[in-house]
Design a protein around this ligand. Structure first.
Ligand code: HEC
Length: 111
């Protein structure tokens, strides 16, 4: 039985001695234009440096309005769950910015 297993293993190994051919082709994609731009408020640079690698401005600007504590926990979640490389020193500026943006949005949405 052992000898048989050994033979099967050797047979499998022999079949794996050559890597499959890999060929590369040039290709490109066009991302859609984002219709929204981050408003010019203090902390904008921190958000661009730490968040927009993964999120478009539209994604950042179309979040439900939440308070400061919730934004702090959102940023913490980005770091801990999604492993976002966020500069810890930039976090207060990012949180200030998101709170200020949502306050501004609430002002302009008022009837
Ligand atoms: C490494 C990539 C990455 C970076 C950088 C990143 N995020 Fe995220 N973020 C994610 C992923 C993944 C999700 C969850 C998937 C989704 O909902 O799109 C998410 C979701 C969110 C959400 C939706 C709510 C939620 O809890 O799912 C908010 C708000 C958010 N991110 C804010 C931020 C802010 C603010 C920053 C900058 C401080 C940031 N993100 C940086 C990856 C990232």
């Amino acid at each position: 039985m052992r000898a048989l297993l050994l033979l099967i293993a050797l047979g499998l190994l022999a079949g794996c001695d050559r890597a499959p051919e890999v060929t590369f082709a040039d290709s490109s994609i066009t991302l859609p234009d984002d219709p929204m731009d981050l408003p010019d408020l203090p902390g904008r640079d921190a958000v661009i440096a730490n968040c927009t690698a993964c999120h478009s401005p539209s994604t950042m600007l179309q979040q439900p309005k939440v308070n400061r504590e919730k934004w702090e926990s959102q940023v913490k979640k980005m770091v801990e769950i999604y492993k976002a490389p966020i500069d810890p020193q930039a976090v207060p500026a990012i949180v200030d910015y998101m709170v200020a943006v949502q306050a501004q949005q609430a002002d302009t949405e008022a009837p």
